[in-house]
Design a protein. Structure first.
Length: 81
């Protein structure tokens, strides 16, 4: 299945374009154009929009993601007292 396109870019990447149409200012235009260019470049590299978002989220989270939060981890106890 091919992704939906809106003027040549992925439709999911054009969400800031809707924000620009609702609030026409220079900074919203720059935001919309920047995200469209970013996702177009990533798509040419082989990443779709959802894959790019997942890769960015994994990069922010880091390599070590424990299953148990730090406040629920069991502490070591010294029984030799």
């Amino acid at each position: 299945m091919r992704p939906m396109r809106f003027f040549g870019i992925d439709a999911r990447a054009s969400a800031p374009l809707l924000f620009f149409v609702m609030n026409i200012e220079l900074w919203t235009f720059v935001l919309a154009a920047g995200t469209a260019i970013l996702f177009t470049v990533l798509e040419r590299k082989g990443l779709t929009v959802p894959a790019a978002v997942r890769a960015g989220r994994a990069w922010v989270a880091g390599e070590v993601r424990p299953a148990v939060p730090w406040w629920e981890r069991r502490r070591m106890i010294d029984y030799r007292k």
